[in-house]
Design a protein around this ligand. Structure first.
Ligand code: ZN
Length: 189
């Protein structure tokens, strides 16, 4: 029997929940990390993204964070569980943690335009979710300058992801505008 799309999506969600079990978001509310990847997957689905992009959205941090979360995940394991296409998209949006953070952030901007359409969709949805998180529940240790740097960086990465899905772009632009407004309000406080 061929697996249905619903079954695949829920299996990816369950797998992400397992990998991120002990991980929390950096925001003040310390939400379970899996909330973030579900938000990304749901945004992709709502925007009519292809199934492979939705699955990759649910799984987008499993390779990058699996090590630190105590449940290492490889591209080969994802390929076995969810197919080569999904695994390749996740690999495309995975940073090389061997590089210093500043270099990884620079490479995200530089490489975004050369990524596949599905990878750019995942990145747009991911950056929009992160901007919403910074607006609603910012990490307590982040000062205004750090938030502003993050917002500017997310905008630069997203600029290289445009042209693949107007709904995701519009959602990103809304999240960006709200993040900037929230920052201005804090500057005035
Ligand atoms: Zn993410």
């Amino acid at each position: 029997m061929t697996e249905t799309n619903e079954s695949l999506a829920l299996r990816a969600t369950a797998f992400a929940a397992e990998v991120h079990t002990h991980q929390r978001r950096k925001g003040a509310a310390a939400e379970p990390y899996v909330n973030h990847v579900i938000e990304v997957g749901a945004a992709l689905a709502a925007a009519g993204a292809p199934l492979a992009a939705i699955l990759a959205g649910l799984l987008h941090d499993t390779i990058e964070d699996g090590d630190s979360a105590g449940r290492p995940v490889t591209e080969a394991e994802l390929a076995e569980r969810f197919g080569e296409e999904v695994a390749a998209i996740v690999a495309e949006v995975t940073d090389d943690k061997a590089l210093p953070k500043a270099e990884r952030k620079r490479l995200q901007i530089e490489k975004a335009p050369g990524k596949s359409a599905a990878a750019r969709m995942v990145k747009l949805a991911d950056k929009a979710a992160n901007l919403r998180a910074i607006t609603v529940s910012p990490p307590p240790s982040w000062d205004l300058a750090r938030k502003r740097d993050y917002i500017d960086w997310a905008e630069a990465v997203a600029a290289g992801c445009r042209g693949v899905n107007p709904t995701l772009e519009a959602a990103f632009d809304t999240a960006l505008a709200l993040a900037r407004t929230a920052l201005e309000d804090q500057t005035l406080d």
